[in-house]
Design a protein around this ligand. Structure first.
Ligand code: GAL
Length: 142
């Protein structure tokens, strides 16, 4: 399957009820500490504020946060680690009224309450040590 260029940037809007599905694979084995980062930006460039920062330290933990002109907010860390060494993953970020919910391989794993109204999200960047086979934005649930 052809791969998407990484860093992958995509303009989008993500109102409550929408979701984004990212399919990919870590490019290194977990002993080399690969990472995945997904950032939902409120502007069209990577220096803009981040409404939702989702950073996977494969084999270790996940850190979620937001960033504005004052810098990073309070990090939310989870030791839930459903990603498997050498295996493809499917990540779904669903936008609910009050929070983002993240599923990995169809299993609910993480949530992050909205600090910034998700209506302000304009661009997503997916990057670090992953190859991507598909990214799909779904306007509504179902
Ligand atoms: C920092 C890291 C940032 C971001 C932030 C999240 O340590 O340098 O890239 O991940 O944590 O809290």
């Amino acid at each position: 399957m052809s791969e998407l260029h990484v860093p992958y940037q995509h303009r989008l809007s993500l109102p409550p009820g929408s979701s984004v599905t990212i399919e990919g694979k870590p490019t290194k084995c977990f002993s080399m500490n690969p990472q995945l980062q997904v950032d939902l930006h409120t502007g069209n460039d990577e220096n803009s504020d981040i409404a939702f920062h989702f950073r996977v330290y494969f084999g270790d933990c996940v850190v979620m946060n937001s960033r504005d002109c004052a810098g990073w907010g309070f990090p939310v860390k989870s030791c839930e680690m459903p990603f498997e060494n050498g295996k493809p993953f499917k990540l779904v970020i669903s936008v609910l009224q009050n929070e983002y919910q993240v599923k990995v391989n169809d299993q609910y794993c993480y949530s992050f309450p909205h600090r910034v109204d998700p209506q302000y999200v304009e661009m997503m960047q997916v990057w670090r040590d992953v190859s991507l086979t598909s990214v799909c934005v779904c306007e509504r649930d179902g």
